[in-house]
Design a protein around this ligand. Structure first.
Ligand SMILES: [Zn+2]
Length: 615
């Protein structure tokens, strides 16, 4: 016994075991009734909350998103004071009448049967627990609430501009996430909905004329009698209010939409989810929604095979909302646009099933891992369907546009706190996509796609942090990559390399490369010879502590010594006479987000042999 104790103490003193990542868990059971005359939602919510943290919690926070849709709310003021407001919001909140605003009123709240005190602060509910919640323990919150569904302003609400009755997103009191960084209880002023992983059991009662689409799987299709029949044959609608029962497991949110005029189509993705389409059939939707359905099937197939298998067995594409917004197992999108627009927004929202609904990064803090990765994945899905190369040119163009606008801010900012919406959206969508395309440039395609799958399989149903992604990419590539993440995401430093002087010395050519920008990168330089061949010189950056494998076996590649990042100049020795060289080009694949590509290519004039006129 003594020896045993001794061994244990020896082990524990030498090997300190790092704490594994923990995450909180929720189990919601909700019963709600929606009155389609008054647009009021009443109901109760039972929430089993698992505190898996090492901390004792004395408070919890809920989001009350509907409270944002009131004149004078933070969202209203933000929209009326930001330089480039979202056109969908503008000053519309300030003009809402009392029967048009949104609210969530908490009528009662108990923790394990004891009344809890709570305080509403804008879109947050602060709850003081009657009994502290100890580490590794669970508690039960029981709440009754009443909400008024606002006129649709942003994402959720009633009567959107295409006439969809109810877009029910951010519609219930939703517990805020608590993790190793503490509470993520942000006021709702524009965007982003970080959530706690868990299960939802939701019963929605409303007028039987409505059809509901949403998160989860309908548990009682027979009782409902319509909306979920595969044959498409008309089924008699029962009389009296109907209760729709949905269950969703391992999700971070629950959304739904309801309309009396939804057409419901179903498509099966081979080895993948069953797709449900809900839309109002009219001359602006009938053809485009039919054409979009096989494209959606192919998008799912591509994303599952390229980035990891979609983890749920259903997905619904629902007309609603005010653009496109992603939710677990469903999306709400506007439905009356062009075919290209509809396919594009569908593909984007579907790709969020990977980057947010499965890999649930904190989208408020790391919007580039959410919108950027999604933008990247959906672009590659559509490129694959239309046989286009993956240049991600439009993402680069919007990044370059932001740089020249002078509005750029670091992509590491909280999504709501950018000075302009443009700086946010370009950092999140475009710079996030360029982050990945440029990563291909650094580590090569093979390691990149292997890493994307490994990232998915390692972190699905969790909240990956930037470091988790970078570490996986380091492991698959054998390179250090944090330098790249820090420069691209945490600063606004720019990449600019140029070809400088070219001189001939003893029958060889010395090419001077200049690092003009502050952002160091590995450099691909291609020398094209007059006789028609090319040679690639690859210069790793010393920070990589590694090198990219040869990407194109058809061109001779010479790997040179690493470029120490402090050096502004690097000289490449080409073992040819200068007269044999046609041109020299940095980054011929154009995957480097080089803000000045004009100095990347140097054409060498044919050198005429010198003739002394005096002779
Ligand atoms: Zn998105």
């Amino acid at each position: 016994m003594k020896i045993f104790i001794c061994l244990v103490s020896l082990l524990s003193s030498n090997f300190v075991v790092a704490q594994e990542r923990w995450q909180q868990r929720v189990e919601y059971t909700m019963n709600v009734a929606l009155n389609a005359q008054t647009h009021k939602l009443t109901g109760d919510q039972k929430l089993v909350y698992y505190n898996n943290s090492p901390d004792t919690l004395t408070k919890v926070y809920y989001h009350l998103f509907f409270n944002a849709f009131q004149p004078g709310s933070m969202m209203d003021v933000r929209s009326r004071t930001i330089a480039d407001p979202d056109r969908r919001v503008m000053d519309r909140i300030s003009k809402l009448a009392p029967d048009e605003i949104g609210y969530q009123h908490i009528q009662s709240l108990k923790q394990d049967g004891k009344a809890a005190t709570f305080k509403v602060n804008g879109t947050l509910l602060e709850v003081t627990l009657p009994k502290p919640l100890l580490p590794k323990s669970k508690t039960i919150f029981e709440m009754t609430f009443e909400a008024q569904v606002p006129v649709q302003i942003r994402r959720s609400g009633r009567d959107n501009r295409e006439g969809i009755s109810y877009s029910m997103t951010q519609w219930y009191p939703k517990l805020a996430e608590y993790d190793f960084q503490g509470w993520h209880a942000y006021q709702y002023v524009a965007r982003e909905f970080h959530g706690v992983w868990g299960d939802f059991d939701v019963k929605i009662t409303l007028d039987p004329k409505f059809v509901i689409g949403g998160t989860g799987k309908l548990q009682n299709p027979e009782a409902i009698g319509h909306g979920y029949e595969k044959t498409g044959s008309a089924v008699k609608r029962p009389k009296g209010d109907l209760t729709w029962h949905f269950v969703a497991k391992d999700v971070i949110d629950f959304a739904w939409a309801a309309d009396p005029d939804y057409t419901h189509d179903i498509q099966q993705v081979p080895n993948g989810p069953e797709l449900h389409f809900f839309y109002q059939k009219n001359e602006r939707t009938t053809t485009t929604w039919k054409n979009m359905q096989p494209v959606a099937v192919r998008v799912f197939q591509f994303l599952s095979s390229t980035f990891g298998k979609y983890p749920f067995d259903t997905y619904s594409i629902i007309q609603g909302g005010d653009g496109g917004m992603e939710y677990p197992m469903c999306t709400l999108i506007l439905g009356e646009g062009t075919q290209a627009g509809l396919n594009g927004v569908m593909a984007h929202e579907v790709a969020h099933s990977w980057y947010q609904m499965t890999l649930a990064s904190n989208e408020a803090l790391y919007a580039w891992m959410d919108e950027g990765f999604t933008d990247f994945a959906s672009t590659e899905a559509l490129n694959s369907i239309t046989n286009q190369p993956n240049t991600h040119a439009s993402s680069y163009a919007s990044y370059f546009g932001l740089v020249s606008s002078g509005l750029q801010e670091p992509a590491s900012q909280h999504s709501d706190h950018y000075t302009t919406n443009r700086a946010y959206s370009t950092a999140a969508y475009s710079m996030g996509a360029v982050f990945l395309q440029q990563l291909k440039y650094i580590i090569g395609d093979e390691a990149f796609y292997k890493g994307m799958k490994r990232y998915y399989n390692t972190w699905k149903m969790k909240h990956p942090e930037p470091n988790d992604f970078v570490r996986i990419m380091e492991k698959v590539s054998g390179q250090q990559l944090h330098w790249y993440y820090r420069y691209w995401i945490q600063t606004t430093k720019r990449i600019d390399y140029g070809v400088g002087s070219v001189t001939e010395v003893n029958g060889t050519t010395l090419v001077e490369l200049q690092r003009v920008g502050e952002f160091p990168m590995p450099v691909d330089v291609v020398v094209t010879y007059r006789e028609g061949t090319k040679e690639l010189f690859y210069i790793p950056l010393n920070e990589q502590l590694g090198a990219k494998p040869n990407e194109d076996k058809s061109i001779k590649r010479t790997e040179l010594d690493a470029w120490p990042w402090v050096y502004p100049i690097y000289t490449v020795q080409v073992n040819r006479k200068t007269s044999e060289i046609l041109n020299i080009e940095i980054d011929p694949s154009q995957r480097l987000a080089d803000v000045n590509r004009k100095n990347n290519l140097k054409e060498l004039n044919e050198v005429k042999p010198f003739k002394d006129p005096t002779q």
